[in-house]
Write a protein that binds this ligand. Sequence first.
Ligand SMILES: Nc1ncnc2c1ncn2[C@@H]1O[C@H](COP(=O)(O)OP(=O)(O)OP(=O)(O)O)[C@@H](O)[C@H]1O
Ligand SMILES: [Mg+2]
Length: 501
Amino acid sequence: MSLVNQLNDYINAAFSGLWVQTVEPEEAERELVEQARRQHWRLIVWDVARGLKFPLNASTTVPELADPLAVLRALPTLAPTATSDSGASQGEQTTLLVLPNFHRFLNSAEIVQNLFEQLITGKQRRVFIVVLSPVVQIPLELEHSFVIVEHAMPTQEQLGAIATDLLVDHPDGLPKDRAWHALLEAAAGLTRAEAEGAFALSLARHDALRPEVIWDLKAQTLRKQNLLTLHRGQENFASLGGLASLKDFCHRALQPGRSVKPRGALLLSPPGCGKSAFCRALGNETGRPVLTLDIGALMGGLVGDTERNVRQALKIADAMSPCILFVDEIEKGLSGVGGNGDSGVSTRLFGTLLTWLADHQTDVFFIGTANDISRLPPEFTRAERLDALFFVDLPGSAERRLIWDMYRRQYDIAANQPIPNDADWTGAEIKSCCRLSALLDVSLTEAASNVVPVAQTAAEAVTKLRQWASGRCLSADRTGIYRKEENCKTRRKISSKPSAN
Ligand SMILES: Nc1ncnc2c1ncn2[C@@H]1O[C@H](COP(=O)(O)OP(=O)(O)OP(=O)(O)O)[C@@H](O)[C@H]1O
Ligand SMILES: [Mg+2]
């Protein structure tokens, strides 16, 4: 729902405190001014730099009123109550005091108390206080007096309107049909100001609106915000041997035009089995951008910042729908859940993520990876939360053959070279053996002496993981549920056979 529609409902229901969470306060203010004009509300804006402003009265300003307490105290005179016989409509009797970035002043006891009283009397007097802030930081005393309203990221239509406005001087520059759609897709996830900047840059450089320019700028913007990284690579499923069932599942679930929106999947496996590579290839394979959310990087900031960052990242992902949201090594970011070592930051972050997973209506496919299920909170893997939990085991012999072929070709290694004994090797180990052979100009067998498989170095962890996954996870290689016994039996048969080469 749009910001003004939400506000309208709350104002009609006489909620006197409205906390608008927005990263674009100027835009929120502009929307409010327009709405106030339509509804005949009285509108007063105060911020510490500009003082008091009446945007509907030829932008009258009172810059000397720089004290927030004085503004609150002056409110009864600024918004006089209309008498019942004045003939004024309800709209005309409504006053909005808009306070951009007012959260900065809420650590003063006087301001909190004054605000509290204004919010109580405001109900009868129809005086509404609207705080515009990027964070929700409401003092305990005021928590019940404010409702939170989210200022959504711009919709495709709004982005389209921004582009059209810029095109008035470029009448031939209006892209048609698919090109128009591609342009709006590229701009999705940008704020209005960012989108306007990106369109203007494209027009300045190319005299046309080019999606590549917008994608580049979006990737840069996301990098700067440190919330998400955007990946649009060339990798695809053909560069990964095996994982047939996982590939098939994602292909089906992410088919465009499905009436049921997919939620996501979690991939569990020992290191080096291709989880991260799979997630990166998934984007190109399904024609969706991949947004990587680095939980570890988000956790470093101040308490409160982390949650805000995650919320903002999820909001951007929603705006970029359809897309893929990738969280690599999820257990590392969430390992503090339930503990109190980090003042509960990871618990709250996890809560935010879980709520979003359960509630989001957008076409954002979540894909997470983990090596250690014991460090992952159990709520995460509960049925319904995600569409599937896959176990990617060490590749079987047929899969290993495919991987050898792939990397022998990539590293220009003669096809008649014998393959070393590769029982229980991962894809990463096969790749590393081929790379070493090409790098050191030695045979694969010689190169293999430098490879120490994870199945040996972390044998216990691998066994534990397989045990946990058995009967609980889907197999990434073959259709159905993963069973440790079956996999290990075939594996034993394979490794007791002499190598075909
Ligand atoms: N099945 C496979 N086919 C082709 N290459 C593979 C396969 N499995 C792994 N690799 C290669 O091995 C390297 C490491 O893989 P990747 O980083 O995806 O593993 P991972 O499962 O994410 O490991 P970790 O748990 O340590 O993060 C990548 O370059 C990847 O391409
Ligand atoms: Mg990985």
